[in-house]
Design a protein around this ligand. Structure first.
Ligand SMILES: *Cc1c(COP(=O)(O)O)cnc(C)c1O
Length: 421
């Protein structure tokens, strides 16, 4: 690897996924050049086809009105099913194990209704100490909802003194020691702040050995990591699709429920008509007959415009495939790591995300001496988007669908200039 623009450009030339960049709309700088966009972990870019996908539904609505449920080009009645197979491929699941519905925090609650069932002996939830605030609020309120106190019922795993990420062996030990009281282990994979990816199969196994359920928040994992949720025996997972999945601001969430939990009539669940057996849905019967798939958790008929936008992006993931994206991502982020270590003194900028590619996705979290907010502002003025997070962190996430080695190079140069100025 070399810290030169020529090297970065030659890597881009050889990149088999380079044409996917042309499928996206980039915000531009004053000089008309596209932004260097390292914020796909917050909001993915708009695929060019989104507009025509949504326009189709607007046209069908105008043409067919209520009849569109059955007469639209893609029937609205079963529209959500168009996302099932691509979603299953994306997260390593069987089609029966996934459904796209609602938004992420809502789904976290719906899934905890089923999979956080505390008893007086087993009532605790284990999360990572730097869990995303919405997840913290969700688990706190679930714990209180069941009559327990987060002070005693919530375990927040902390790194060792002087370290910023968690060690797998420490998490396993914690589960072995306290597992008899833990009802649910719920981890954010990738952790939004540190960029750490957890070793899921090891941790799920440790949790199950102690009789705990194992769930994942994949807001920063879906479209970023190669996932094998079924084989890893994860009990449930949920994610949003506006970050790496480019589904548009505030859009839908995906859910995974392992097949061992499907078709169980005694599993508690909040229910609605879209979870009812679809063959009989319009008989409007009084008794709820759940779908034998993850669709049993659906409440409402699906929001078509949002699904249309997400379809445009999921088609790109299907074309690129996660293994190929991940391969590029490991190189792209490896190059970012190389450049940061090469060009910046470690007293000024330290990478806190693990070095091992198996313990990270595309994001690197940097601990910045000085003022990360001011530095990200300076970057923005130079056409580079990367965000700052309390207390001292800057996050840069080169999404492999549309970021180039050249972008990574320009980011590292821009960061060096901003830190030194
Ligand atoms: C982005 C993110 C959320 C946001 O939740 P919404 O319900 O979609 O607003 C929640 N949890 C994690 C870990 C996130 O990264």
């Amino acid at each position: 690897m070399k810290s030169t623009l020529d090297f970065a450009k030659s890597k881009d030339e050889q990149d088999p996924l380079k044409n996917f960049r042309d499928e996206f709309l980039f915000p531009t700088r004053a000089n008309g050049k596209p932004l260097v966009y390292m914020a796909g972990n917050s909001l993915g870019l708009q695929p060019k086809k989104v507009q025509s996908y949504i326009q189709q539904e607007l046209d069908d609505w105008a043409t067919f009105a209520v009849e569109g449920h059955l007469k639209a080009k893609s029937k609205w009645y079963s529209y959500h099913e168009l996302l099932t197979e691509p979603t299953a491929r994306l997260v390593g699941a069987k089609p029966s194990e996934v459904v796209v519905m609602n938004t992420l925090s809502v789904n976290l609650h719906l899934l905890m209704v089923s999979f956080y069932r505390p008893t007086t002996k087993r009532f605790k939830i284990l999360i990572e100490g730097t869990a995303f605030p919405s997840d913290q609020y969700a688990v706190d309120s679930q714990i209180r909802f069941h009559g327990f106190d987060p002070k005693t019922a919530l375990i927040e795993a902390q790194p060792r003194a002087g370290e910023r990420t968690l060690r797998t062996e420490d998490l396993v030990e914690l589960i072995e020691k306290q597992g008899d009281e833990i009802a649910l282990v719920l981890l954010g994979n990738v952790n939004y702040l540190t960029g750490q990816a957890f070793e899921v199969s090891t941790l799920a196994h440790a949790a199950h050995k102690k009789g705990c359920l194992f769930g994942l928040d994949l807001a920063h994992g879906a479209g970023n990591l190669e996932l094998k949720l079924h084989d890893w025996e994860v009990d449930f997972a949920t994610w949003c699709s506006y970050k790496y999945l480019n589904g548009g601001p505030g859009t839908l969430s995906g859910c995974f429920i392992h097949e061992r939990h499907l078709g169980k009539r005694d599993l508690p669940r909040f229910e609605g008509w879209w979870g009812h057996n679809k063959i009989e849905r319009f008989k409007m019967e009084r008794r709820f007959d759940p779908m034998p798939t993850a669709e049993a958790w659906q409440l409402s008929n699906p929001p078509i415009f949002q699904m249309a936008a997400l379809r445009a992006s999921m088609e790109l993931f299907d074309k690129a495939t996660m293994p190929a994206l991940r391969k590029k991502s490991v190189e792209l982020t490896g190059y970012l790591e190389f450049l940061i270590k090469e060009t910046l003194p470690s007293q000024k900028c330290q990478i806190i995300t693990p070095h091992d590619p198996n313990q990270r996705g595309c994001q690197l979290s940097l601990s910045i001496k000085g003022n990360p907010r001011a530095i990200s502002q300076t970057l923005l003025e130079n056409g580079i988007v990367a965000d700052a997070r309390e207390p001292d962190i800057m996050r840069a996430a080169p999404a492999p669908l549309y970021c180039r080695f050249q972008d990574v190079y320009e980011f590292a140069q821009g960061l060096k200039n901003a830190i030194e100025s």
